[in-house]
Design a protein around this ligand. Structure first.
Ligand SMILES: [Cu+2]
Length: 165
């Protein structure tokens, strides 16, 4: 009985891995589909986005990020100020205990300055994330079209078929 249960669980895990394309683990954190919005070849900046799930009873914090593609990598937030959307650097992004934080356009994001190499559509590039408790993890960031919308929330099983087309 125990064996049966395990094999059901592993096929479920396999299924969810197929649906969400690529995800990474740092301790008990899951980083889901890191992606970057395609920028013009002349751009000196780029940004990266992903969801982070915290499967522990303790808050964690993303405290640093770095990538070989850029001279400087910062953690950013978007804020409304004087009726304008502005970005500013933040010292940390909290991932609540048993919760989730999303880095997405218009919200928290990873910002790359002074690009050594402008990432091209369809390519991936490495990004190292440092968490206060979970430590360091390297993920691969996929370059997507500017119109890309990540299927970030786990969809009901019946929707998973659409991902295969
Ligand atoms: Cu920014």
């Amino acid at each position: 009985m125990k064996i049966l249960k395990t094999s059901i669980l592993s096929s479920l895990l396999l299924l969810s891995a197929t649906v969400s394309a690529h995800e990474y683990n740092a301790g008990s954190l899951t980083i889901d589909h890191p992606w970057s919005k395609q920028v013009p070849p002349s751009s000196s900046v780029a940004a990266a986005f992903f969801d982070i799930e915290n499967h522990t009873n303790k808050n964690d914090e993303l405290i640093a990020a770095s990538s070989p593609i850029a001279k400087t990598t910062e953690l950013h937030a978007h804020i409304h100020q004087d009726g304008m959307m502005k970005m500013r650097e933040v010292p940390a992004i909290t991932i609540p205990a048993n919760g989730k934080e999303s880095l997405k356009p218009g919200g928290f994001h990873i910002m790359f300055f002074e690009l050594a190499e402008v990432p091209k559509l369809g390519e991936t590039f490495p990004l190292t994330l440092t968490f206060k408790h979970a430590g360091e993890v390297e993920v691969n960031v996929k370059v997507e079209k500017a119109t890309f919308t990540p299927n970030s929330n786990k969809q009901p099983a019946m929707n998973s078929e659409h991902a295969h087309h």
